[in-house]
Design a binder for this molecule. Structure first.
Ligand code: GAL
Ligand code: ZN
Length: 662
């Protein structure tokens, strides 16, 4: 079965609507809904007084309708009575403002009262529903990520620091507190980063984000353990949220999930949304080790900073199948029914204010049919196999969000996305690897490191070995600069990678705004340039202007049986793509499918070939052998035409070995 459905909030609707909900879910082929996210004040209207009968009724009704339930614990939104009784459990900002209820996520994860209350309500749900026949998955909380800088957090932070650093001397050394007289002589002097007079200490900020990730994880684990104890057969997860403000190291958290669940909300209205979908799906697959679940995306809207854009016909399907092609066990959305009020009253839904007689619901019905037709085939197909990987490292992102860096335009996420986009546009399957964890690089021909700023000795050694064994490593600027605690590696950049790259960078020359420097390849340096000295590597591209004219810009170093490229300038999308195409060529990496017309994307998942036409004209995709349309089972020969805006799932291989229908 593929999961298809979304967040469902029956508590927002009179019961008459519930019957229609289940009927419409059946019409659309919905197989799973997430119930109870944020329902705390309806489950526990006053302290210790519980109301579960409404939840009993809706779970029974869903079960009768053949719809499975991801049951959420409601702990992301404590009720007003809780915050009034425990004001110390409200979050405090870095400016010292204590927030109050009135929105959601108004809790401090380090407050004992919050942790106790969260465990209590989760325990009640476990007692009552762990064996409910509709229950398929526990969905703990919602999008962990809330930040707090209060005194309770300070105490928890100090405990974490003592465990990490052992003694104060080690902490003082690691944080370079000799700078600006910040030396701590007692643990009690250490606070979370709070509003201060000028630049904060970057190592302090970095450790705080690591602490918060661990602290939030501990809160997750508490709930997970009691849900698991109630019925070990039911998997437990939480939905990962992505964003620069989030102090969660998802790669590290993934090991604690029975199934990695990810919320992904592309934020660009145009083709960028398709590229963001590919990026989000590939990253989630990395976290999930191949398999994961798209827990939320907006079915019919794309939220950009200033506007909600309606998706054109076919896009809901393309986006959803793109996640499935990339390893998701289905497609779930926020949300089932658009609410009449509340903070997100105009947010995306499968059943919008207009009702089921609407483009989004009609498309959902078609998508439900498609997912049903391919479910068994997808279940048997392995996740996509990639020969190319991009590194993702949350702590490097956090470090590069700091103040006091050489350019205010350094953007970790943009750099990683650009690398993924360039490979994606070449039709190449892309994985992600996580340098903070043990990595298995053996399957890759090419690995790209954009802005991998913090690097341990072990990580550096792993990449050296990858190259020595024949791999092709592409290192972007701002990589290898510092040790994991943020202290700079001396002797020239890019510290940890100097040896494998055979270069030494002696000067950074970030470029202002729209400034550019010509390169002798015909491309140009944007955003960033450097003075690079080669030390054994060959210069492939030189700067052709500015004071750097004639100096190395892009280098290649033969190392063992592989090669390591250093890319000192910032490049345009096209420039990076040209460079990576060359590396892919040298490494012998082929695109996921040969002969694709412009605008058509292909993702291979075992014998399944997912085709997405993001263009405005039909795309003819050549097929090199026997194949069938995986949905209609019709045989295909030589080529298949994907309509403009359309999606197609093709099963490669001979038609006389039909796949069993489950
Ligand atoms: C998600 C969140 C949902 C909803 C959605 C936006 O990140 O989990 O509760 O807020 O965004 O519509
Ligand atoms: Zn707090």
């Amino acid at each position: 079965m593929l999961c298809f459905g979304g967040d469902y909030n029956p508590e927002q609707w009179p019961e008459e609507v519930w019957a229609e909900d289940v009927a419409l879910m059946r019409q659309a082929g919905v197989s799973m809904v997430t119930v109870g996210v944020f329902a705390w004040s309806h489950l526990e209207p006053s302290p210790g007084e519980y109301e579960f009968t409404w939840l009993d009724r809706i779970l029974d009704r869903l079960h009768e309708g053949g719809i499975r339930v991801a049951l959420a614990t409601p702990t992301a939104s404590p009720p007003p009575w809780f915050t009034l009784a425990h004001p110390e459990a409200l979050p405090v900002t870095a400016d010292g403002v204590r927030l109050t209820h009135g929105s959601r996520d108004t809790y401090c994860v380090s407050a004992p009262a919050y942790r106790t209350a969260a465990a209590a309500i989760a325990g009640k749900l476990a007692d009552r529903y762990a064996h409910h026949p509709a229950l398929a998955l526990w969905h703990v909380h919602n999008e962990y990520g809330t930040d707090c800088r209060c005194d309770l957090t300070a105490a928890a932070f100090r405990t974490w620091l003592e465990k990490k650093h052992g003694d104060l001397d080690a902490l003082n050394e690691s944080w370079t507190t000799a700078f600006w007289s910040q030396r701590y002589s007692d643990w009690a002097q250490i606070l979370p980063p709070r509003a201060t007079q000028y630049l904060p200490n970057p190592a302090h900020v970095l450790d705080f984000r690591r602490f918060l990730s661990d602290e939030l994880l501990a809160a997750y684990q508490e709930q997970r353990d009691l849900l698991r104890a109630a019925n070990p057969a039911i998997p437990v997860t939480t939905n990962f949220v992505q964003g620069g403000w989030v102090s969660v190291d998802h790669a590290k958290w993934a090991a604690e999930m029975d199934l990695v669940a990810v919320d992904d909300y592309p934020s660009e209205p145009g083709l960028g949304a398709e590229e963001q979908t590919a990026f989000g799906g590939d990253l989630a697959r990395g976290w999930g080790g191949g398999s994961w679940l798209l827990m939320e995306t907006g079915p019919n809207l794309i939220y950009t900073p200033g506007r909600m854009h309606a998706k054109e016909a076919g896009r809901l399907t393309r986006h959803s199948l793109s996640y499935v092609a990339r390893g998701s066990r289905g497609a779930m959305y926020f949300q089932w029914r658009q609410p009449r009020g509340g903070a997100e009253l105009f947010h995306s839904a499968l059943v919008p204010h207009a009702g089921p007689d609407s483009p989004v619901f009609r498309e959902a019905v078609g998508l439900g049919r498609t997912l049903k037709a391919i479910a068994a085939q997808v279940a048997d197909a392995p996740p996509p196999v990639a020969q190319v990987a991009v590194a993702w490292d949350a702590p490097s992102w956090w470090a590069l969000q700091g103040a006091g860096l050489p350019s205010a335009e350094i953007d970790y996420l943009a750099a990683v996305r650009q690398a993924h986009r360039a490979l994606h546009r070449s039709g190449t399957a892309v994985d992600f690897v996580f340098p903070g964890l043990p990595m298995d690089l053996g399957a890759y021909r090419v690995v790209v490191l954009p802005h991998l700023y913090l690097v341990s000795d072990e990580t550096a050694a792993a990449f050296r070995e990858f190259v020595a064994n024949g791999g092709h490593l592409v290192v972007g600027h701002l990589s290898g600069i510092a040790e994991p605690d943020g202290r700079v590696r001396l002797g020239g950049y890019p510290g940890a990678f100097r040896e494998v790259l055979g270069v030494r960078v002696v000067e950074w020359r970030p470029l202002a705004g729209d400034a550019e420097i010509a390169l002798d390849s015909g491309d140009r340096a944007v955003r960033w340039s450097e003075r690079v000295e080669t030390a054994g590597s060959e210069t492939v591209v030189r700067y052709a202007g500015d004071v750097l004219a004639g100096a190395p810009a892009i280098t290649r170093n033969r190392y063992g049986s592989g090669s390591a490229w250093y890319v000192s300038p910032g490049l345009s999308d096209d420039g990076l793509r040209r460079l990576l195409d060359r590396v892919l060529g040298e490494a012998g990496v082929a695109p996921a499918h040969a002969g694709l017309p412009t605008g058509v994307e292909a993702v291979r998942r075992g014998p399944l070939l997912f085709l997405f036409n993001h263009g405005v004209v039909p795309g003819v995709v050549p097929l090199s052998g026997p194949a069938v349309n995986a949905v209609t089972r019709r045989e295909l020969s030589e080529s298949v035409t994907v309509p403009a805006g359309g999606s197609m799932v093709v099963r490669l291989g001979s038609a006389d070995s039909p796949h069993p229908v489950r």
